[in-house]
Design a protein around this ligand. Structure first.
Ligand SMILES: [Zn+2]
Length: 503
């Protein structure tokens, strides 16, 4: 794509005037972003951000006291209104009033992905059953508020997870998870000296779904200072498009799936130079760890620090990496514990599988949710001075991203979307994808009641559109897909990375 082609159909970039820019940033931060977010069901972003800035100065003891208050409230809420937790607490004879310290939570058995997949309807506040039914029958895309499915003053959002293990997880939220995530991202940016309202590019869309210059993308650019870019299944021409768009928009923050960010940086390095107009203050990798070599690449190409968010779609952002390279836990909204030391991977001393508990979540709390990642929790002695506890010796899930022969990235989410597509309702009960060492792909499918003679044609068509021409794949139909010894279902794994030993 040439520059002229790119500029056709695009609104011109903003005149570069630092005084005007600073003014517009303030308008976005104080007016257009919070007001339109509230209209879109995501309330309290600015207020939450302000409270986060206060509590991150608190002492470790004060933070734990705040966590305990919120944990007790969350457990009491779950016991009172959420049938699944009521049963589970009943089975172990737990009265929520028995929780007198954070450590007391350890009597509650960990929540697995399987629990959520099998019981999600029962894991939502029972007063809103009708709304859940409406949300389930809605044809809206995942992540969109559903008009008739009310939860108090909010509209319910149905979403599914992009995790790397297990079948996709359905969950419901009232818009507060997205709102909280954005407040937490404002916190992370503030750690790097980036103010609210600063222009940001977000590499998030599937490249095949991305429509440049679409109306939603345009208003986000102006009202939220967010430039939306493709971030999944990218090829060189997508990277070129991203480069031109970034040159024009000049964001201070580039946010994206880790693989998209590093793919873009790699593309720019292969081209020989970073375009002069792109001078971000930070890059933020999401949905996968930013490994050392990736961090070095990003910092070299963009000339600014590269940071990382740890979390999941179901529970939200758990920890943020500060300028001193420490993962600080968002303790005000999340209680994190380490479970039993894992025998599935070489576990560093004191480390174990992370369990996450949401502290202010309605209508579907997650209590001691198994994250599938290994780390050690430690009090902060970070040079940045923040008291929020830290995750050390972090071992993220690996082997989830597949790079095709022509450099396209296939993240786990691609498979979730493919097999849960509206075009093939109920066709796939469970699936498993193995990336072979010869760069070909094996797909195993346990068929569901909706499987028809047209299903395979649809799957082949979408895969053909997204893979490199030379990539071969094989679909195998199986009666069932068995969990690994750990009890988890691996959705995606690499040949040779034994099914049983994956973290
Ligand atoms: Zn720090």
């Amino acid at each position: 794509m040439t520059r002229a082609q790119y500029l056709q159909g695009h609104s011109p970039g903003r005149v570069s005037d630092s005084g005007l820019n600073a003014f517009l940033d303030r308008v976005v931060a104080r007016v257009s972003f919070p007001v339109t977010s509230a209209l879109m069901n995501r309330r309290g972003i600015v207020g939450t951000y302000r409270s986060l800035k206060r509590t991150e100065q608190a002492s470790a003891g004060e933070l734990r006291a705040l966590q305990l208050t919120r944990l007790r409230r969350q457990i009491a809420y779950a016991a009172r209104y959420v049938p699944w937790y009521r049963r589970r607490f009943g089975e172990i004879g737990l009265d929520p009033r028995d929780i007198r310290s954070l450590e007391d939570a350890s009597v509650i058995p960990p929540l697995t992905r399987e629990d959520v997949i099998e019981n999600y309807r029962d894991m939502v506040d029972e007063r809103f059953r009708e709304s859940i039914a409406k949300a389930e029958s809605s044809t809206r895309d995942a992540g969109q508020p559903i008009p008739l499915a009310l939860f108090r003053r909010h509209r319910l959002v149905r979403n599914n997870s992009s995790g790397s293990t297990g079948a996709p997880t359905l969950f419901f939220e009232d818009g507060s998870v997205t709102g909280l995530n954005w407040a937490l991202e404002l916190r992370l940016k503030s750690w790097f000296g980036v103010h609210p309202g600063a222009r940001e590019a977000r590499m998030v869309r599937l490249s095949t779904q991305y429509v440049s210059g679409g109306s939603v993308n345009n208003w986000r650019k102006h009202l939220w200072h967010q430039l939306i870019l493709p971030g999944v299944n990218l090829r060189d021409r997508d990277y070129e498009f991203c480069t031109l768009a970034l040159e024009e928009y000049r964001p201070l923050v580039i946010w994206g799936f880790t693989g998209a960010l590093t793919g873009l940086a790699d593309y720019m390095r292969r081209r020989g130079s970073t375009p002069s107009g792109i001078r971000p203050r930070m890059t933020i990798g999401w949905a996968a760890p930013v490994y050392e070599h990736e961090k070095a690449l990003l910092e070299e190409v963009f000339g600014c620090p590269a940071t990382n968010i740890y979390g999941s779609r179901e529970v939200g952002h758990i920890a943020l990496k500060c300028p001193h390279d420490q993962f600080h836990v968002n303790q005000e909204f999340m209680f994190v514990e380490t479970g039993e030391p894992s025998d599935e991977v070489d576990c560093p001393p004191g480390a174990g599988e992370l369990l996450a508990t949401t502290l202010v979540r309605t209508p579907m709390p997650f209590i001691r949710y198994r994250m599938g990642d290994i780390a050690r929790l430690a009090p902060s002695s970070c040079e940045c001075g923040r008291t929020l506890e830290v995750l050390e010796e972090f071992v993220g899930r690996t082997g989830e991203i597949f790079t095709t022969r022509d450099g396209r990235m296939i993240p786990p989410n691609f498979w979730c979307r493919l097999f849960m597509a509206r075009e093939i309702p109920g066709a796939v009960n469970r699936f498993q994808v193995m990336y072979r060492n010869d760069k070909n792909i094996e797909v195993r499918i346990a068929r569901g009641p909706g499987f028809t003679s047209e299903t395979e044609g649809y799957l082949n068509k979408v895969m053909r559109e997204n893979f490199a021409p030379a990539t071969e794949w094989e679909i195998k139909y199986v009666e069932e897909i068995k969990p690994a010894i750990s009890g988890k279902y691996l959705m995606v794994y690499r040949e040779g990375q034994t099914n049983e030993k994956s973290p």
